[in-house]
Design a protein around this ligand. Structure first.
Ligand SMILES: *[C@@H]1O[C@H](CO)[C@@H](O)[C@H](O)[C@H]1NC(C)=O
Ligand SMILES: *[C@@H]1O[C@H](CO)[C@@H](O)[C@H](O)[C@H]1NC(C)=O
Ligand SMILES: *[C@@H]1O[C@H](CO)[C@@H](O)[C@H](O)[C@H]1NC(C)=O
Ligand SMILES: *[C@@H]1O[C@H](CO)[C@@H](O)[C@H](O)[C@H]1NC(C)=O
Ligand SMILES: *[C@@H]1O[C@H](CO)[C@@H](O)[C@H](O)[C@H]1NC(C)=O
Ligand SMILES: *[C@@H]1O[C@H](CO)[C@@H](O)[C@H](O)[C@H]1NC(C)=O
Ligand SMILES: *[C@@H]1O[C@H](CO)[C@@H](O)[C@H](O)[C@H]1NC(C)=O
Ligand SMILES: *[C@@H]1O[C@H](CO)[C@@H](O)[C@H](O)[C@H]1NC(C)=O
Length: 375
């Protein structure tokens, strides 16, 4: 028996066990099957080389998928705020993962404000706003001077500043990283379809909707995202949440894409960051746009929400086409740039200031500009 060999075998086994921790450079976060499928069977990399079950993930999507070398992974969270937060918390707090250096690419489809961009576009957000975290009365029962049934918590009407924050109302992510992702995504040749072009043309009648009716087709856009479990549609709710985004971000946020998960994902990542398990400066919020948040002139809100959604095909295709540029930017630039991180120059974190620093929105840090006690 060669004890040196046995010893090195044992240490290999030991190292093997510790290096078996899931510690990718990038995790792509999808919310449902058609968003996930664009990452399978692609020429650039194979995330189906390793499948690992992580306790606490969605029963529909119990496994994380990774490349053979473990540098790129993809996880499907499940749809809506609760699924997103729970899946991310399970991932981040799992003994199977080490995500301290990992970049998180939220890569999902979204609704879009026709005043800001068009369907098929690729957006990168700085702010994520949980717009429906408010009080609500049905529009048929609102007072004559209310413009909408939604008004902030602990306030007396629409447009007021909230008297109470739960902490998830607004997140701000690393703008320097966002700019790098934006530049990388611009190298993609985006997908478009004839049906999407025809829907855009229906917005031509309103000058406000010039970005929706953009004859040059989809593009890569820097604009913010709104989260709600509630899949709203229509001109009035669209405008109400435009207003909410401005109030919650002290006028800096640009209400552009709409989705059902991102503030939940960001809150769970923030909790991971408070526990030293995640670097919150490594989060990218990419949403491609599949449908307009409100009807074109001459159509009702209900016709719009129940009607065809021709932006779905290019939006899903563009998750891969633009997202792969971002993933490759990180993987190829790993040792030169990304391993050590991209230092943020803007505030990053939540409305409480939990990670330290002073938010440029909301009522001010709860922690006097210092990190929270559990940071
Ligand atoms: C991983 O799971 C996918 C299905 O989700 C399957 O196609 C693939 O073969 C699996 N990979 C391995 C290595 O078993
Ligand atoms: C986690 O990864 C970092 C580098 O990314 C490393 O410094 C640290 O030792 C790892 N922790 C564990 C528990 O493996
Ligand atoms: C939700 O997260 C986005 C993305 O960071 C942030 O811009 C927005 O302010 C957040 N909204 C709320 C209500 O937390
Ligand atoms: C609506 O009118 C009531 C009664 O005059 C007033 O107290 C309240 O501030 C008004 N609310 C808004 C949102 O204008
Ligand atoms: C867009 O994607 C669809 C679905 O994958 C495909 O049929 C179509 O040819 C693509 N169009 C362009 C212009 O790439
Ligand atoms: C149309 O898209 C191009 C990029 O493809 C952009 O530069 C231009 O500003 C957009 N026009 C409008 C009205 O949004
Ligand atoms: C949005 O805010 C503007 C300006 O305060 C107001 O005129 C408009 O009625 C509001 N819209 C909705 C739907 O709340
Ligand atoms: C945001 O606006 C509120 C209400 O006007 C104000 O109290 C708060 O100080 C502002 N926050 C920042 C960071 O400017």
């Amino acid at each position: 028996m060669n004890w040196v060999l046995v010893g090195s075998l044992l240490s290999c086994l030991f190292l093997g066990a510790s290096s078996a921790l899931i510690a990718p450079q990038v995790i792509i976060l999808s919310m449902f099957t058609s968003e996930a499928n664009v990452w399978y069977g692609i020429p650039e990399f194979n995330v189906l080389a390793q499948n690992t079950t992580i306790p606490g993930l969605s029963p529909l999507f119990p496994q994380i998928h990774c490349t053979a070398d473990g540098t790129i992974c993809q996880l499907t969270l499940g749809e809506g705020e609760i699924n997103a937060a729970t899946s991310i918390a399970a991932l981040v707090f799992s003994p199977l993962t080490n995500l301290t250096s990992t970049y998180f690419l939220i890569a999902g489809i979204a609704g879009v404000n026709p005043k800001v961009a068009t369907i098929g576009s690729v957006t990168f957000a700085r702010y994520a706003v949980q717009v429906a975290l408010q009080m609500e009365i049905d529009a048929r029962e609102i007072p004559a001077n209310f413009s909408t049934g939604y008004f902030p918590q602990d306030s007396t009407g629409p447009g007021d500043f909230p008297g109470t924050f739960y902490g998830t109302e607004v997140f701000e992510v690393n703008d320097a990283l966002r700019q790098l992702a934006f530049s990388a995504a611009q190298m993609a040749q985006l997908n478009d379809t004839e049906a999407a072009i025809q829907l855009r043309a229906q917005y031509a009648a309103s000058p406000d909707f010039a970005p929706a009716n953009n004859v040059s087709g989809p593009s890569v856009v820097l604009c913010d995202t709104a989260t709600s479990d509630n899949f709203w549609d229509g001109a009035l709710l669209g405008e109400a949440f435009e207003n909410t985004t401005k109030v919650f971000t002290n006028q800096t946020g640009v209400y552009c894409s709409t989705q059902q998960e991102d503030n939940a994902t960001l809150e769970a990542l923030l909790r991971g960051a408070l526990s030293g398990l995640v670097d919150f400066s490594r989060v990218i919020v990419m949403r491609t746009t599949s449908d307009f948040d409100r009807q074109p002139p001459g159509e009702t809100a209900l016709e719009q929400v129940l009607g065809p959604s021709p932006g779905h095909t290019p939006a899903v295709a563009n998750l891969h086409l633009a997202g792969v540029e971002v993933v490759e930017m990180i993987a190829e630039g790993w040792s030169a740039t990304f391993e050590n991180g991209v230092p943020p120059t803007n505030y990053i974190g939540d409305v409480f200031g939990s990670l330290g620093g002073n938010p440029d929105f909301g009522p001010g840090s709860r922690f006097g500009g210092e990190p929270a006690n559990n940071a």
